[in-house]
Design a protein around this ligand. Structure first.
Ligand code: ADP
Ligand code: MG
Length: 307
């Protein structure tokens, strides 16, 4: 975390035995979660480093939300280990995760649409002034701080008095990211922030993901879009039916391989064969079966031999 902006407060809190860059803030080791007898997640390894973006990809039902619910303190893992700063933890509320610097921006953002932007920025953590019996909201300071913080992240809004509901989905995500950064998040979890957005808005959100990373946060970016993931990702973890089917650093996997993994490998090749018999469907872009069996470079959880 050697950023020029000097937000090194967390660095001091880290033990100096392991080089800071090498030490994950959050780590899962063989973690899993069962809901009754439904096993939603099993044997997942994941490491989140400061100043890096870890992308978690997977189709619907792959276990992405379950994974982040464990890390954000909504659910508890039922197998394996969950460590923060190298120490095993088990959060019982999201508050506990937040106290350890783990902030989650959910897709349906917890904002109040009719309240001004600055007010939403401080929602639940309002600045006050004056001694206790006559303490009141410090509106001027909140407005000024929200304005500064948004600008620091490169987010320029014309008017912080405008209701949050008038912002675009992308802008709202950006405000939520800036807010998490301001309140001292070390790990930022984003659950499909670009899923409901158009191309341009997605680009804006990706830009602020990169900005959060550059400020030294470890980012967990959940998406089912390999293109979005590849634009900002340092590490890619692909979930499939609750298990890790790929875990690879950027240098170990190409966008094409990532896309193939996401597409569901052999299933898609089989689908290609079927679709080829339907008139008017162009299957050229779909992978051939042999492409998919090519070794996915350096993938510890390479799904070879599903026998
Ligand atoms: N609260 C729950 N109770 C029972 N099953 C659940 C619960 N939440 C998720 N699941 C199951 O766990 C699996 C993974 O779900 P989820 O983590 O939501 O996947 P994703 O976010 O990747 O779409 C799915 O089969 C889903 O039906
Ligand atoms: Mg989900």
């Amino acid at each position: 975390m050697t950023n020029a902006n000097g937000t090194g407060t967390h660095a001091a809190a880290l033990k100096d035995t392991v080089p800071e860059q090498d030490r994950p803030i959050v780590e899962l080791r063989g973690a899993g979660k069962s809901y009754g007898n439904i096993r939603a997640l099993h044997g997942v390894d994941l490491a989140v480093h400061p100043g890096k973006v870890t992308c978690v990809l997977g189709d619907n039902g792959a276990g992405k939300s379950t994974l982040i619910k464990i890390i954000s303190g909504l659910h508890q893992h039922t197998e394996g280990e969950f460590l923060v700063d190298g120490e095993p933890v088990r959060f019982t509320t999201p508050r506990e995760a937040l106290d350890r610097g783990i902030a989650t921006v959910y897709q349906d953002l917890a904002t109040v649409p009719l309240m001004p932007v600055w007010r939403n920025f401080f929602l639940g953590s309002e600045m006050t002034k004056g001694p206790w019996p006559i303490r009141r909201l410090d509106i001027d300071r909140m407005k000024k701080t929200a304005d500064e913080e948004l600008r620091n992240m490169g987010i320029v809004l014309d008017d912080l008095e405008q209701p949050v509901g008038t912002l675009s989905g992308g802008q709202r995500q950006c405000v939520a990211i800036a807010r998490a950064v301001y309140f001292g998040a070390r790990v930022l979890i984003l659950d499909e922030p670009t899923a409901a957005l158009g191309v341009k808005q997605s680009g804006v959100v990706l830009k602020y993901i990169a900005a959060a990373r550059d400020r030294g946060l470890g980012v967990i970016f959940i998406t089912h879009n390999p293109h979005h993931a590849y634009m900002v990702g340092d590490h890619f973890s692909v979930l499939r039916l609750g298990t890790l089917e790929l875990s690879a650093d950027r240098s170990e996997v190409s966008l094409e391989e990532l896309t193939n993994h996401m597409a569901g490998g052999t299933e898609l090749a089989a689908l290609k064969h079927e679709l080829a018999q339907v008139r008017g469907v162009d299957v050229e872009e779909l992978p051939e079966e042999e492409d998919l069996t090519a070794p996915a470079k350096a993938s510890p959880a390479s799904p070879e031999g599903t026998s």
